[in-house]
Design a protein around this ligand. Structure first.
Ligand SMILES: [Zn+2]
Ligand SMILES: [Zn+2]
Length: 375
Protein backbone atom coordinates (compact mmCIF):
# COMPACT_ATOMS: atom_id res chain seq x y z
CA UNK A 1 0.00 0.00 0.00
CA UNK A 2 1.00 3.63 -0.29
CA UNK A 3 2.10 5.42 2.88
CA UNK A 4 3.96 8.50 3.99
CA UNK A 5 7.38 7.83 5.52
CA UNK A 6 10.05 10.14 6.94
CA UNK A 7 13.45 9.09 5.63
CA UNK A 8 16.96 10.35 5.07
CA UNK A 9 18.26 9.91 1.49
CA UNK A 10 21.64 8.98 2.98
CA UNK A 11 23.12 8.54 6.46
CA UNK A 12 22.53 11.67 8.53
CA UNK A 13 19.65 13.76 9.83
CA UNK A 14 18.41 15.28 6.57
CA UNK A 15 14.86 13.98 7.13
CA UNK A 16 12.07 14.51 4.62
CA UNK A 17 8.65 12.94 4.26
CA UNK A 18 7.79 11.15 1.03
CA UNK A 19 5.24 8.68 -0.25
CA UNK A 20 6.57 5.14 -0.53
CA UNK A 21 5.29 1.61 -1.08
CA UNK A 22 4.78 -0.53 2.02
CA UNK A 23 4.94 -4.31 1.46
CA UNK A 24 2.21 -6.59 2.79
CA UNK A 25 2.91 -7.98 6.28
CA UNK A 26 4.91 -11.23 6.15
CA UNK A 27 4.48 -14.28 8.33
CA UNK A 28 4.02 -13.29 12.00
CA UNK A 29 3.98 -9.60 11.05
CA UNK A 30 1.23 -7.04 11.49
CA UNK A 31 0.60 -3.76 9.71
CA UNK A 32 0.18 -0.93 12.19
CA UNK A 33 -1.61 2.36 11.70
CA UNK A 34 0.86 4.49 13.65
CA UNK A 35 -0.87 6.95 15.99
CA UNK A 36 2.15 8.34 17.84
CA UNK A 37 5.90 7.82 17.73
CA UNK A 38 8.04 9.50 20.37
CA UNK A 39 11.61 10.49 19.59
CA UNK A 40 14.43 8.73 21.40
CA UNK A 41 18.14 9.52 21.38
CA UNK A 42 18.63 6.12 19.75
CA UNK A 43 16.69 7.26 16.65
CA UNK A 44 19.15 10.10 16.21
CA UNK A 45 22.15 7.80 16.75
CA UNK A 46 20.64 5.29 14.32
CA UNK A 47 20.01 7.77 11.51
CA UNK A 48 23.51 9.22 11.90
CA UNK A 49 25.00 5.74 11.55
CA UNK A 50 26.24 5.65 15.13
CA UNK A 51 24.81 2.19 15.64
CA UNK A 52 26.67 1.20 12.49
CA UNK A 53 27.12 2.87 9.11
CA UNK A 54 24.70 2.13 6.25
CA UNK A 55 24.46 2.87 2.53
CA UNK A 56 21.50 4.59 0.89
CA UNK A 57 18.22 5.74 2.41
CA UNK A 58 17.43 5.14 6.06
CA UNK A 59 14.59 5.60 8.49
CA UNK A 60 13.93 5.21 12.22
CA UNK A 61 11.24 5.64 14.87
CA UNK A 62 10.86 2.87 17.42
CA UNK A 63 8.66 4.21 20.24
CA UNK A 64 5.38 3.43 18.56
CA UNK A 65 1.76 3.21 19.61
CA UNK A 66 -1.02 2.56 17.17
CA UNK A 67 -3.79 0.32 15.98
CA UNK A 68 -3.38 -3.02 14.24
CA UNK A 69 -4.56 -2.48 10.65
CA UNK A 70 -3.93 -5.92 9.13
CA UNK A 71 -2.25 -9.17 10.09
CA UNK A 72 0.01 -11.44 8.09
CA UNK A 73 -0.11 -15.26 8.08
CA UNK A 74 0.30 -17.01 11.42
CA UNK A 75 -0.31 -14.01 13.69
CA UNK A 76 -1.98 -15.09 16.92
CA UNK A 77 -1.36 -12.26 19.43
CA UNK A 78 -3.29 -9.41 17.82
CA UNK A 79 -6.17 -8.71 15.46
CA UNK A 80 -7.19 -5.66 13.41
CA UNK A 81 -8.49 -2.88 15.65
CA UNK A 82 -6.32 -3.76 18.68
CA UNK A 83 -4.61 -0.80 20.38
CA UNK A 84 -0.95 -1.73 20.84
CA UNK A 85 2.48 -0.42 21.52
CA UNK A 86 5.43 -1.74 19.55
CA UNK A 87 8.69 -2.22 21.40
CA UNK A 88 12.25 -3.15 20.40
CA UNK A 89 11.98 -5.60 23.28
CA UNK A 90 10.34 -8.77 22.06
CA UNK A 91 8.00 -11.06 23.92
CA UNK A 92 9.68 -14.46 23.77
CA UNK A 93 7.93 -17.58 22.51
CA UNK A 94 7.64 -18.80 26.10
CA UNK A 95 8.68 -22.39 25.42
CA UNK A 96 12.26 -22.43 24.05
CA UNK A 97 15.14 -23.18 26.47
CA UNK A 98 16.09 -19.49 26.81
CA UNK A 99 12.51 -18.36 27.49
CA UNK A 100 12.11 -21.12 30.08
CA UNK A 101 15.26 -19.89 31.83
CA UNK A 102 13.80 -16.36 31.88
CA UNK A 103 16.02 -14.99 29.10
CA UNK A 104 13.32 -14.05 26.65
CA UNK A 105 15.63 -11.43 25.14
CA UNK A 106 17.55 -14.40 23.73
CA UNK A 107 14.45 -16.32 22.61
CA UNK A 108 15.47 -18.82 19.93
CA UNK A 109 12.27 -18.35 17.92
CA UNK A 110 12.16 -14.56 17.49
CA UNK A 111 14.27 -12.47 15.08
CA UNK A 112 17.19 -10.96 17.04
CA UNK A 113 17.87 -7.24 17.39
CA UNK A 114 19.70 -5.69 14.46
CA UNK A 115 20.26 -2.03 13.69
CA UNK A 116 20.64 -2.25 9.93
CA UNK A 117 18.18 -4.34 8.02
CA UNK A 118 15.87 -3.89 5.05
CA UNK A 119 12.60 -2.17 5.89
CA UNK A 120 9.28 -3.06 4.26
CA UNK A 121 9.38 0.31 2.43
CA UNK A 122 10.46 0.92 -1.18
CA UNK A 123 10.96 4.39 -2.66
CA UNK A 124 9.40 5.25 -6.02
CA UNK A 125 12.87 5.15 -7.61
CA UNK A 126 13.03 1.47 -6.62
CA UNK A 127 15.49 1.99 -3.77
CA UNK A 128 15.01 -0.09 -0.62
CA UNK A 129 15.01 1.82 2.69
CA UNK A 130 17.19 0.61 5.57
CA UNK A 131 15.68 0.61 9.04
CA UNK A 132 18.24 1.83 11.52
CA UNK A 133 16.26 0.77 14.60
CA UNK A 134 15.75 -2.90 15.16
CA UNK A 135 12.95 -4.35 13.10
CA UNK A 136 10.62 -1.39 12.94
CA UNK A 137 10.22 2.11 11.46
CA UNK A 138 7.63 4.28 13.15
CA UNK A 139 8.07 7.64 11.45
CA UNK A 140 5.35 6.58 9.01
CA UNK A 141 1.59 6.53 8.67
CA UNK A 142 1.66 2.74 8.36
CA UNK A 143 4.42 0.29 9.19
CA UNK A 144 4.99 -3.44 9.64
CA UNK A 145 6.51 -5.23 12.61
CA UNK A 146 6.82 -8.72 14.08
CA UNK A 147 3.94 -9.59 16.43
CA UNK A 148 6.45 -10.40 19.19
CA UNK A 149 7.14 -6.65 19.46
CA UNK A 150 3.54 -5.85 20.38
CA UNK A 151 1.90 -5.35 23.73
CA UNK A 152 -1.78 -4.39 23.94
CA UNK A 153 -2.57 -1.08 25.63
CA UNK A 154 -5.78 -0.40 27.51
CA UNK A 155 -8.44 1.96 26.16
CA UNK A 156 -7.79 4.63 28.80
CA UNK A 157 -4.04 4.84 28.09
CA UNK A 158 -3.29 7.66 25.60
CA UNK A 159 -1.28 6.54 22.57
CA UNK A 160 1.52 8.99 23.40
CA UNK A 161 1.87 7.37 26.83
CA UNK A 162 2.01 3.97 25.15
CA UNK A 163 4.82 5.31 22.95
CA UNK A 164 6.90 6.46 25.93
CA UNK A 165 6.30 3.23 27.86
CA UNK A 166 7.53 1.25 24.83
CA UNK A 167 11.18 2.28 25.27
CA UNK A 168 12.34 5.49 26.96
CA UNK A 169 10.47 4.99 30.21
CA UNK A 170 11.11 1.27 30.52
CA UNK A 171 14.80 1.64 29.73
CA UNK A 172 15.38 3.90 32.76
CA UNK A 173 12.72 2.83 35.25
CA UNK A 174 13.18 -0.85 34.42
CA UNK A 175 16.98 -0.65 34.71
CA UNK A 176 16.64 0.65 38.28
CA UNK A 177 13.99 -1.85 39.36
CA UNK A 178 15.22 -4.92 37.51
CA UNK A 179 19.00 -4.49 37.19
CA UNK A 180 20.15 -2.09 39.93
CA UNK A 181 17.47 -3.59 42.20
CA UNK A 182 17.77 -0.49 44.38
CA UNK A 183 16.90 -0.85 48.04
CA UNK A 184 15.37 1.86 50.22
CA UNK A 185 17.96 4.34 51.57
CA UNK A 186 20.67 3.32 49.08
CA UNK A 187 22.38 6.24 47.38
CA UNK A 188 21.88 6.67 43.65
CA UNK A 189 23.26 8.76 40.80
CA UNK A 190 22.37 8.92 37.13
CA UNK A 191 24.55 10.53 34.47
CA UNK A 192 22.36 11.93 31.68
CA UNK A 193 18.94 13.35 32.51
CA UNK A 194 17.07 12.85 29.23
CA UNK A 195 13.99 10.62 28.95
CA UNK A 196 15.86 7.51 30.14
CA UNK A 197 17.74 9.25 32.96
CA UNK A 198 14.60 10.95 34.27
CA UNK A 199 12.75 7.66 34.19
CA UNK A 200 15.63 6.17 36.19
CA UNK A 201 15.17 8.97 38.72
CA UNK A 202 11.46 8.06 38.92
CA UNK A 203 12.56 4.48 39.58
CA UNK A 204 15.00 5.59 42.29
CA UNK A 205 12.34 7.69 44.01
CA UNK A 206 9.85 4.84 43.76
CA UNK A 207 12.47 2.53 45.36
CA UNK A 208 13.18 4.93 48.23
CA UNK A 209 16.77 5.83 47.32
CA UNK A 210 18.50 8.74 49.05
CA UNK A 211 20.25 10.85 48.01
CA UNK A 212 19.10 10.78 44.37
CA UNK A 213 21.64 12.62 42.23
CA UNK A 214 21.05 13.83 38.67
CA UNK A 215 24.02 14.82 36.49
CA UNK A 216 23.77 16.61 33.15
CA UNK A 217 25.32 19.53 31.29
CA UNK A 218 21.97 21.11 30.36
CA UNK A 219 20.38 23.27 33.09
CA UNK A 220 16.84 22.51 31.82
CA UNK A 221 17.42 18.78 32.29
CA UNK A 222 18.73 19.34 35.82
CA UNK A 223 15.54 21.26 36.64
CA UNK A 224 13.52 18.35 35.27
CA UNK A 225 15.61 15.95 37.38
CA UNK A 226 14.51 17.83 40.51
CA UNK A 227 10.89 17.66 39.36
CA UNK A 228 11.10 13.87 39.09
CA UNK A 229 12.71 13.40 42.51
CA UNK A 230 16.44 14.22 42.42
CA UNK A 231 17.55 15.51 45.81
CA UNK A 232 20.78 16.92 44.30
CA UNK A 233 21.81 17.89 40.77
CA UNK A 234 25.27 18.62 39.38
CA UNK A 235 26.62 20.02 36.13
CA UNK A 236 30.05 18.67 35.14
CA UNK A 237 30.68 21.88 33.17
CA UNK A 238 30.42 23.90 36.36
CA UNK A 239 31.68 21.72 39.20
CA UNK A 240 33.78 18.71 40.12
CA UNK A 241 30.93 16.23 40.19
CA UNK A 242 32.96 13.35 41.62
CA UNK A 243 34.24 15.48 44.52
CA UNK A 244 30.74 16.80 45.27
CA UNK A 245 29.26 13.31 45.30
CA UNK A 246 32.01 11.96 47.54
CA UNK A 247 31.25 14.78 49.99
CA UNK A 248 27.61 13.67 50.04
CA UNK A 249 28.44 9.98 50.56
CA UNK A 250 31.07 9.88 53.30
CA UNK A 251 33.91 9.94 50.79
CA UNK A 252 33.00 6.70 49.04
CA UNK A 253 30.58 7.40 46.20
CA UNK A 254 27.08 6.10 45.52
CA UNK A 255 25.77 2.57 46.03
CA UNK A 256 24.15 2.48 42.61
CA UNK A 257 24.75 4.44 39.42
CA UNK A 258 23.29 4.47 35.93
CA UNK A 259 24.86 5.66 32.68
CA UNK A 260 21.94 7.09 30.71
CA UNK A 261 23.72 8.97 27.94
CA UNK A 262 26.24 8.17 25.24
CA UNK A 263 29.57 9.94 25.02
CA UNK A 264 33.28 9.59 25.53
CA UNK A 265 34.40 9.65 29.16
CA UNK A 266 30.89 9.22 30.59
CA UNK A 267 31.44 5.68 31.79
CA UNK A 268 34.75 6.58 33.40
CA UNK A 269 33.09 9.50 35.19
CA UNK A 270 30.21 7.33 36.43
CA UNK A 271 32.52 4.53 37.55
CA UNK A 272 34.57 7.03 39.53
CA UNK A 273 31.58 8.28 41.49
CA UNK A 274 30.39 4.75 42.34
CA UNK A 275 31.40 3.30 45.72
CA UNK A 276 33.98 0.45 45.85
CA UNK A 277 31.13 -1.95 46.73
CA UNK A 278 28.65 -0.29 44.38
CA UNK A 279 27.21 -1.14 41.01
CA UNK A 280 27.20 0.80 37.75
CA UNK A 281 24.58 -0.08 35.13
CA UNK A 282 25.22 0.98 31.54
CA UNK A 283 22.09 1.89 29.59
CA UNK A 284 23.21 4.70 27.25
CA UNK A 285 25.60 3.75 24.48
CA UNK A 286 26.98 5.34 21.35
CA UNK A 287 29.14 4.25 18.45
CA UNK A 288 31.01 1.01 19.21
CA UNK A 289 34.36 2.79 18.63
CA UNK A 290 33.60 5.07 21.62
CA UNK A 291 32.57 2.25 23.93
CA UNK A 292 35.89 0.65 24.81
CA UNK A 293 36.43 -0.21 28.48
CA UNK A 294 40.23 -0.21 28.22
CA UNK A 295 40.55 2.45 30.88
CA UNK A 296 39.19 0.13 33.58
CA UNK A 297 41.48 -1.98 35.77
CA UNK A 298 40.81 -5.39 37.28
CA UNK A 299 41.78 -3.80 40.61
CA UNK A 300 38.62 -1.68 40.30
CA UNK A 301 36.51 -4.77 40.87
CA UNK A 302 38.69 -6.54 43.42
CA UNK A 303 36.57 -5.36 46.34
CA UNK A 304 33.36 -6.31 44.63
CA UNK A 305 32.46 -3.23 42.60
CA UNK A 306 30.19 -4.36 39.80
CA UNK A 307 29.77 -3.22 36.22
CA UNK A 308 26.81 -4.41 34.24
CA UNK A 309 24.29 -3.20 31.71
CA UNK A 310 20.62 -3.15 30.90
CA UNK A 311 18.79 -3.22 27.59
CA UNK A 312 15.15 -2.07 27.55
CA UNK A 313 15.06 -2.18 31.34
CA UNK A 314 15.31 -5.98 31.47
CA UNK A 315 11.55 -6.08 31.17
CA UNK A 316 9.31 -8.99 30.44
CA UNK A 317 7.24 -7.07 27.92
CA UNK A 318 3.72 -8.36 28.39
CA UNK A 319 4.14 -8.82 32.16
CA UNK A 320 5.60 -5.38 32.94
CA UNK A 321 3.80 -3.03 30.52
CA UNK A 322 0.42 -3.85 32.11
CA UNK A 323 1.99 -3.09 35.52
CA UNK A 324 3.28 0.25 34.25
CA UNK A 325 -0.14 1.11 32.80
CA UNK A 326 -1.64 0.44 36.23
CA UNK A 327 0.99 2.60 37.93
CA UNK A 328 0.31 5.38 35.42
CA UNK A 329 -3.43 5.10 35.98
CA UNK A 330 -3.03 5.63 39.73
CA UNK A 331 -0.44 8.40 39.48
CA UNK A 332 2.54 6.40 40.76
CA UNK A 333 4.62 7.31 37.70
CA UNK A 334 4.54 10.75 36.10
CA UNK A 335 5.02 9.84 32.45
CA UNK A 336 3.07 12.92 31.25
CA UNK A 337 5.78 15.24 32.52
CA UNK A 338 8.34 13.56 30.24
CA UNK A 339 6.45 14.77 27.16
CA UNK A 340 7.72 18.10 25.87
CA UNK A 341 6.32 19.10 22.46
CA UNK A 342 4.07 17.59 19.82
CA UNK A 343 4.69 17.70 16.08
CA UNK A 344 3.02 16.37 12.94
CA UNK A 345 4.87 13.86 10.71
CA UNK A 346 5.57 16.67 8.24
CA UNK A 347 7.34 18.57 11.05
CA UNK A 348 9.65 15.67 11.90
CA UNK A 349 12.90 17.50 11.11
CA UNK A 350 11.84 20.26 13.51
CA UNK A 351 10.92 17.66 16.14
CA UNK A 352 14.39 16.05 15.90
CA UNK A 353 16.11 19.48 16.07
CA UNK A 354 14.10 20.33 19.16
CA UNK A 355 15.05 16.99 20.75
CA UNK A 356 18.72 17.70 20.11
CA UNK A 357 18.35 21.13 21.74
CA UNK A 358 17.29 19.48 25.00
CA UNK A 359 13.58 18.60 24.82
CA UNK A 360 12.89 15.69 27.14
CA UNK A 361 10.60 13.65 24.91
CA UNK A 362 8.95 14.93 21.74
CA UNK A 363 5.88 13.28 20.30
CA UNK A 364 5.22 12.88 16.58
CA UNK A 365 1.42 12.71 16.23
CA UNK A 366 0.73 10.73 13.07
CA UNK A 367 -2.66 8.99 13.08
CA UNK A 368 -4.51 12.02 14.34
CA UNK A 369 -3.73 15.75 14.40
CA UNK A 370 -1.66 17.35 17.14
CA UNK A 371 -4.24 17.90 19.93
CA UNK A 372 -5.31 21.55 20.30
CA UNK A 373 -3.50 23.32 23.15
CA UNK A 374 -0.86 20.55 23.40
CA UNK A 375 1.85 21.83 21.08
ZN1 LIG B 1 13.94 4.48 22.55
ZN1 LIG C 1 11.58 -18.43 23.25
Amino acid sequence: MRTKLALVPRMGLDLAVEEVELAEPKEHEVRLKVMTCTICGSDIHGLKGEHGEYEGAGTAGHEIAGVVDAVGPGVTYAKPGDRVLCSLLRAGCGHCPQCLKGHQWFCENIPPMSFREPSPFTRDNGEAVIQTMSGVSGFAEYTNCHEAMLCKIDGDIPFEIGSVLSCGFMSGFGAVLNRSVLKAAESFAVVGCGGVGLSAIMGAKYSGAVPIIGIDTQPGKLEAAKHFGATHVFNPKEEDVTAEIKKLTGGFGVDQSIVAVAGKGIKKLTWGLTAPWGQMVIVGHGHPRDESLEEFSAFDVLFGKRLTGSVQGNLTLRRDIPRYMEMYRYGQIDVDSLLTHRFSLDQIAEAIDDSMRGALKNVVCIGEPVPAGKQ
